[in-house]
Structures are given as C-alpha cells and as structure tokens.
Design a protein. Structure first.
Length: 225
C-alpha cells in the first residue's frame, strides 16, 4: 500500500485529508509539528510527503530542506496558506516537487498526488541523452557543447513528463493540470513558452526541432535516441 506522510497542524484539515486519502486506498501517517514530522520522514521510507509550511517547532521550509538533503528521491508536495509567488519559489528552490496554495480543491490535490506518485524511480533520477544534450532531471540541468544550462522548475517538470511518455503526445491540458494545477490564469501559451525555452537549451536549431516536437492542435512529444 502506498504510504504517505502528512505534516499538518490544522486538525480539521488534517482529518479531512487523511479521510479522503485513505478512501483512495493510501496509507497515511499524520504528524502535527515540524520537528516530529522531520523525525518521522527520516526514520522510515514514504512514497510521498505532504508538507505544510507554517508549523510549530520547526517551519516547513527547514523540514523540506532537511528531507531533500537526506532523502533526495522522496517526492514532497507543499500545501500552504503562504501562496505568494516568492513563497512558491522558495519552497521549490529548497527541494519541493510541487507547491499547492491553500485553499485548494480536493480534486486538484488528488490529481497532484497521483502525478507525483506516477513518476517511477527511473524517471525521477534519470540522466538522459537527447541529441547532443545531456539532461539531468535530478539536478535540473542540460549540458550541451560543454556548457551547462540550468532548467527552471517548470521547464524540468515539462521535460520530466515528456520523458515519462516518450514518443507519445502529451496534451497541453494535461501538462497544465499536472504541473501548474487548475489555476485559470494559466493557458496554452504558458506551456508553449516553456517548450520554446527548452528547445533553446536542447536543440541544435530551436526553430527546427528534431526532438521536442509539436503535435499541432494537441500538445508535444519527445523523440530521442
């Protein structure tokens, strides 16, 4: 059974989350403060950690940093009332795989949990060769022509999803839902702009891509050897 750790000090929210997650056949362990949450996260393996930021004893940013340092392969989904862009960037930079601001819909939370759990260990830790470029999804880097380029969090997540579905078309709607969530301010152009940036870092000629291909009217697919 998939084992999740929930670190959340709001008892009402935690009760609802545990109830709904267990209804989806997940096993859930709940901790109410940052210090015990960190101790539990390091003491046993979890398939996914759901982590609040504003926690007693030890804040979620510190917890996230320590978990990522000691358990680099464990997915972390931050759920927090701190929803400003700077808060999200800080959480992602400290190692969170996704950041969902409160209040959030249960359906969106479940979709993000499923998306993180779908990533196989091979996909999450793979180093991939795409043409002349070497992509490291763990380090969020692309190395081409002896030059290392840093991938943003969202660029890395778009590429990770295309790698997981290599050769298959991934729709813009699916990428938006799984990477950016259901926030209405994002649209198809958000995905398109990130693919353009990826092409500049990976392709020999970004205007005539050989690997990050457009499926017109649908989305994108990755072809590489």
């Amino acid at each position: 059974m998939t084992h999740l750790l929930l670190v959340e000090d709001d008892d009402d929210l935690a009760f609802a989350l545990v109830d709904n997650l267990e209804a989806e056949s997940y096993r859930v362990t709940h901790e109410t403060n940052g210090r015990t949450g960190l101790e539990r996260a390091l003491a046993e393996p979890f398939d996914l950690i759901l982590l609040d930021i504003m926690l007693p004893e030890l804040d979620g940013y510190s917890v996230c940093r320590e978990i990522r340092a000691q358990r680099p392969d464990t997915p972390i989904l931050v759920i927090s009332a701190k929803g400003q862009e700077t808060d999200k960037v800080r959480g992602l930079d400290l190692g969170a795989d996704d950041y969902l601001p409160k209040p959030f819909g249960l359906a969106e939370l479940m979709a993000r949990v499923r998306a993180l759990l779908r990533r196989s260990p091979a996909t999450s830790s793979a180093t991939i060769k795409i043409g002349d470029a070497i992509v490291d999804l763990d380090k969020q880097t692309v190395t081409k022509d002896d030059t290392e380029h840093r991938l943003s969090h969202h660029e890395n997540e778009v590429l990770r999803r295309l790698v997981a579905c290599r050769g298959e078309v991934v729709s813009r709607a699916e990428l938006l839902r799984e990477i950016w969530g259901a926030e209405g301010r994002y649209g198809d152009r958000t995905v398109d702009n990130h693919v353009v940036k990826l092409r500049r870092k990976i392709e020999a000629d970004a205007k005539n891509p050989q690997f990050l291909l457009t499926a017109y009217g649908e989305g994108y697919r990755l072809c590489h050897g």
